[in-house]
Design a protein around this ligand. Structure first.
Ligand code: SF4
Length: 220
């Protein structure tokens, strides 16, 4: 699931510029310094030992585009022959554009948290929407595989919000609705009590989104 169609190793970067209240990586986002740090050299060493059966690396977070050494690390992975997928919230379009232009990415998954008017609420902070829009455009115009994805937070995101996101992404190749999963240590513990929408509700939303996006999937 971290890299569709590939056996991959996932690398987590600590720290994030969002505070999505339902985020289940609270330690990674708020207290990355409490977690063991693994150097890029260690990761590359480990990957070289797995080379015969791991072909790809998913880089996720947190928000990896905040990390100063990201590009260098990805270049090292590519020079060893790994395919690279980047997960991002799309707030650093300049970095994303450079990685795409230099052919350093094979797959991008960008979170689209909400329609514009609800973005700050869902991201838990003030968001530069222009950056988000720019990242969407860069990804849509790229030739690599990609997905936009939204965690369908019950009560906060309604059908009309998903349709507004659909309009924002109009013409995209792939959009994934992610079922809400209140697992792990959430940033806001109150979100633990929220019950996911029934599967049929997500199916119905996905159907309606087909008028904007060709391929709409549901991820449970
Ligand atoms: S869910 Fe939100 S807060 Fe958590 S890592 Fe992703 S963007 Fe950051």
């Amino acid at each position: 699931m971290d890299f569709p169609g590939e056996v991959c190793t996932t690398v987590f970067y600590g720290g994030c510029n969002f505070r999505c209240p339902w985020c289940h990586n609270a330690d990674l986002v708020l207290r990355p310094f409490t977690l063991p740090e693994i150097s890029p050299e260690e990761v590359l060493n480990l990957l070289s030992r797995r080379r015969s059966w791991v072909q790809a690396v998913c880089i996720t977070g947190g928000e990896p585009s905040l990390a100063p050494g990201l590009e260098e690390f990805i270049r090292s992975l590519k020079s060893c022959g790994f395919k690279v997928k980047l997960d991002t919230n799309g707030t650093h379009p300049g970095i994303l554009a450079r990685l795409l232009t230099d052919g350093l990415l094979d797959y991008v998954a960008m979170d689209v948290k909400a329609p514009p008017e609800k973005y700050n609420l869902l991201a838990g902070t003030k968001v530069d929407l222009e950056s988000v829009r720019e990242s969407i455009a860069f990804i849509k115009n790229s030739r690599i595989a990609y997905e936009f994805r939204t965690t369908v937070v019950p009560g906060l995101l309604l059908e009309q919000d998903l349709l507004a996101i659909g309009r924002l992404l109009r013409g995209a190749r792939r959009y994934v609705l992610q079922q809400y999963q209140p697992a792990g240590t959430l940033l806001d513990a109150d979100f633990q009590a929220l019950r996911p929408y029934p599967g049929a509700t997500l199916q119905s939303m996905a159907q309606k989104l087909h008028s904007f996006i060709h391929k709409v999937d549901i991820r449970n």
